[in-house]
Each structure stands twice: as C-alpha cells, then as structure tokens.
Design a protein around this ligand. Structure first.
Ligand SMILES: Cc1ncc(COP(=O)(O)O)c(C=O)c1O
Length: 332
C-alpha cells in the first residue's frame, strides 16, 4: 500500500474527524511554539524535533486548580526551577510570567476544577542528543479534567506492593524530568498485579516512593516516618503535610515527624501507611505486599492529615493562587 502524503490543506478535514473518547478530558493547551492557546485536540501537539519528545530532555510539573484556585503553585514552581537548574535548562519565561500564562489558560477554559500539566522542553532543534542544537526552550501547559479518586480509596484504603523496578540514581530522582520510564513500569506493575500502587525499594532494602507519589509510615510508637529525599522526588504534598502534621503532634495524635530510612519489615508492622500526591492529596494504604497494615483500615493520622490538607486547599488563601474570583459562576 502506498503511503498518502498529507499536506496543510488536508489538516482541517483531518481535524474534523480527530475525536477520541479521552479528548473529553482535554480542555486547552498553551504552546509557546504556537504562541497561544489551542482548544482543539488536533492542535495539542509538540513538534517531533523538540528534544523533549525524542530524548526526554524536558521537565514537568503537575498541579491542580480546585474551585477556582491553584493549590500549592509556589512549591511546584520552585521545584520546576530546581529541576531546570539541575539540567542546565533556561526557563523560556520567568516564574511570574509562567503563572500568568497558566492562570490565563485556565480562565479561557472556564473550568474551576482542573489538572494542569506544565512542561518545559529543551525545544525543537534537530534530532541528536546535543542540547546546544536547540535555540530556545519551550513551554507547554495542558489543562485537563481533574478526575477524583473513588471515595472508597479514602474510606476503605488502597493496596500496594513493593516494586521490582530499580530505583533511580539520586541525582535523577530529584529532577522531575520527562525521563519517567521507571515510573511508567511501576504503574504497569501495579495494574498487572491488581493493586492500586507500587512502592520502590532501594538496594539496601529501604522504601522509596510510588510511581508518582510519596510514601510514609506511622510507627507503632506514633512517629510519622518519611524516607529521606536522597533517592526520591521531594513531593509538594508530603512537604506540606509535614508542616500540617505539627498540629497533630501538638494534639498528641503524633509524637514526631522524622525523615529516616524505612525497611520493608518496619513498613509491614507499622500502625499506618500513607501515600501523598498532588492528584489525590493523601491516601491510607491498608495492605502492603498482602500484609494488613495496622488494623487493616484507615487510621487517625490519615484522617487528621487529610482534614488539614483539605482545609489548606479550600480555606487557606496563603496556599492558593486565585484564577477566578470567589463565587464566580462556572461557565456552561
Ligand atoms: C516520582 C514522584 N514522586 C512523588 C511525587 C509526589 O509529588 P507531589 O506531591 O508534588 O505530587 C510525584 C508527583 O508527581 C512523582 O512523580
């Protein structure tokens, strides 16, 4: 069969029939390559010669807009900045301008609740590994539907297993780069094993992180123990949770919050296991490698932290970047 040549004039016709069920989750995309925002999924593209596509040479952040306010944006942008510095990538615009672009793009969608995926790429510039081939870095901001997790995940808990995928070297683990192959394989492992999450384990047998989430345990003597960030990504959610946990320490629900190595045996016999991440905030893990955790049900530290994280998201202006004014009506 001969391949058909597709020209620019064919694009309108192709765009008209370019609909997939998952497109309903895509609201808008800003692209610095195009210099504006596109709504049609056919136009939500990244050039093939952008080094982010063919070499994974780019960084990203995922954050959410909840009831018209972006949660924890500052922390996400600080991490983006750290990732950019680590790979010598110059951001195409400053963080303030980036915030303006993000806010404007969400506004254009009229959606008060959205998940935002922001990418900074090395940019188009040929197909070698040489980053100097690319004249300018690029920004892509994808605004999509914020799909919540099932209520049962919070009320009954989730199950996880330890992963067989090797952990990243610390230098790379701390960069939120577009090299997420180990994370992809961890997610696949979870799906294939019919558990909700998998958790990496390093060469010394210490707990690492989930595919896109941090993990922590509550010890039998009431300490919230989190893996040190030397081999894992420093999550914005877990960092905020440690600050909010101070109230739980003051109330006596927790004794302390510490960053220490956690062995598998310690995890199996812990009072609670917790997962932290932007999309779901916090989840109770009630079984790990088929070991019931605590009494096999969500515990008091989970409940206390979830309540405080929700307060932070909905009630704490210091943690929010406004997109719409309070009470503004959703667009139809
Ligand atoms: C590898 C990895 N660890 C942890 C996290 C949790 O980070 P955050 O709380 O900022 O979503 C993520 C989230 O993107 C991640 O990709």
């Amino acid at each position: 069969m001969r391949l058909r040549q597709i020209n620019l004039e064919d694009c309108e016709r192709l765009a008209a029939s370019f609909t997939k069920p998952y497109h309903q989750n895509y609201f808008a995309m800003y692209s610095s390559v195009l210099g504006g925002v596109v709504i049609h999924p056919f136009l939500m593209t990244v050039p093939m010669d952008d080094h982010m596509v063919h070499r994974g040479d780019g960084i990203f952040e995922v954050f959410k807009c909840v009831d018209g306010r972006i949660y924890n944006l500052q922390r996400h942008l600080e991490r983006l900045d750290r990732s950019a510095r680590a790979i010598y990538l110059q951001l195409p615009v400053g963080l303030e301008e980036m915030t303006r672009i993000v806010v404007e793009t969400i506004r254009l969608t009229g959606q008060r609740d959205a998940l935002i995926r922001l990418f900074v790429s090395r940019g188009p510039g040929g197909f070698t590994t040489d980053p100097y081939e690319c004249p300018a870095s690029q920004l892509y901001v994808m605004v999509g539907r914020l799909n919540g997790y099932p209520d049962a995940f919070y009320s009954e808990g989730v199950r996880a297993k330890s992963s067989s995928v090797p952990v990243k070297k610390s230098y790379f683990a701390n960069i939120k780069s577009c090299n997420y192959l180990p994370n992809v394989l961890m997610k696949k492992e979870a799906v294939d094993n019919q558990v909700e999450f998998t958790v990496s384990v390093d060469e010394n047998g210490f707990l690492g992180e989930g595919s896109t989430e941090n993990v922590g345990v509550v010890t039998r003597d009431g300490r919230l123990k989190l893996p040190r960030f030397s081999r894992i990504l420093q999550g914005t959610t877990v960092m905020r949770a440690t600050e909010l946990a101070e109230a739980l320490v003051a109330a006596g629900t927790l004794q302390d919050v510490v960053f220490e190595d956690i062995t598998l045996t310690e995890a199996y016999s812990s009072a609670e296991m917790l997962l932290f991440g932007t999309t779901f905030d916090i989840l109770p893990m009630v079984a790990f490698d088929r070991h019931p955790i605590g009494n096999g049900a969500p515990g008091p530290v989970f409940r206390g932290l979830r309540e405080r994280l929700r307060w932070d998201m909905y009630e704490n202006p210091a943690a929010q970047t406004p997109v719409f004014s309070k009470g503004a009506r959703r667009k139809a």
